[in-house]
Design a protein. Structure first.
Ligand code: ATP
Length: 236
């Protein structure tokens, strides 16, 4: 579904991503783990077309390297940024409806159906649908960011550090939610500093270090690899 090959991204003279190749197969969860500053956010922004890059980016068999971000979104790609970017002064329900605007016209029956699907995945959002987004807890905000992204019915969902800033118990819940998204058929590219959690819910993983893909493999195998354990999983 997504095939990134030999991707290079530079900030001026600084090479932030060097010859990175990544594949996401349909219906799978793929994680990219790596330390702070490794280039994880840069990689997602380049795939989304927010940053210029060199190399190949294919989506559903078509070369999308020259498309604008809007055109990539129209093809079914969706990015949930680290900042989540919710509208704090709007209700949960209105934030969700905004997520559908690239796909539906106002009043379209599809919006209601998508909303019902999101509420089924995230019952907490249904309970809080009239509440202002700004008053939600960190975990609920992340649920809302995920729900809003799903409203555009993406085929590829890219998540930038969904566990960032959340308490361990909430991280578990969010990752469980993400794992459940598999049932909707969406493919997921998950960027995480929380390597243990990311490897637990993904099928395949890449380790990004200094803009380079240093290792890749089945997540189960990476989680048992001594180098990964030593560098990213800590003790135990
Ligand atoms: P973090 O988890 O801290 O966000 P990351 O793995 O997502 O890290 P990036 O944010 O992609 O890493 O940054 C990769 C490298 O590119 C870093 O060395 C960073 O300092 C540099 N960089 C990021 N944005 C810019 C920019 N706008 N201009 C110049 N250098 C940048």
């Amino acid at each position: 579904m997504l095939a990134v090959s030999d991707l290079n991204v530079r900030y001026g003279k600084v090479e932030a991503i060097y010859k990175a190749s990544i594949n996401v197969d349909r219906g799978t969860i793929v994680s990219v783990i790596g330390p702070n500053g490794a280039g994880k956010t840069t990689l997602l922004n380049a795939i989304m077309g927010v940053l210029p890059s060199q190399g190949g980016i294919e989506f559903c068999g078509a070369n999308i390297g020259r498309l604008t971000t809007e055109q990539r979104v129209a093809k079914g790609m969706c990015l949930v940024p680290e900042s989540r970017e919710l509208f704090a002064q709007m209700s949960v329900a209105d934030n969700l409806e905004l997520g559908a605007f690239t796909r539906y016209r106002r009043g379209d029956k599809g919006i209601k159906q998508s909303l019902d699907e999101v509420y089924e995945l995230f019952p907490r959002l249904l309970e809080r649908r009239t509440q202002l987004a700004g008053s939600l807890s960190g975990g609920e905000r992340q649920m809302l960011a995920l729900g809003r992204a799903l409203m555009s019915k993406p085929t590829l969902l890219m998540l930038d550090e969904p566990s960032l800033g959340l308490a361990p118990l909430i991280v578990k819940e969010i990752l469980h939610n993400i794992s459940n998204l598999r049932s909707t058929g969406v493919s997921i590219l998950l960027i995480e500093q929380n390597a243990r959690a990311a490897l637990q819910i993904s099928d395949y993983g890449y380790v990004l270090e200094n803009g380079d893909i240093a290792m890749e493999g089945l997540s189960k195998e990476l989680a048992n690899d001594p180098k990964v354990i030593e560098s990213y999983l800590g003790m135990g």
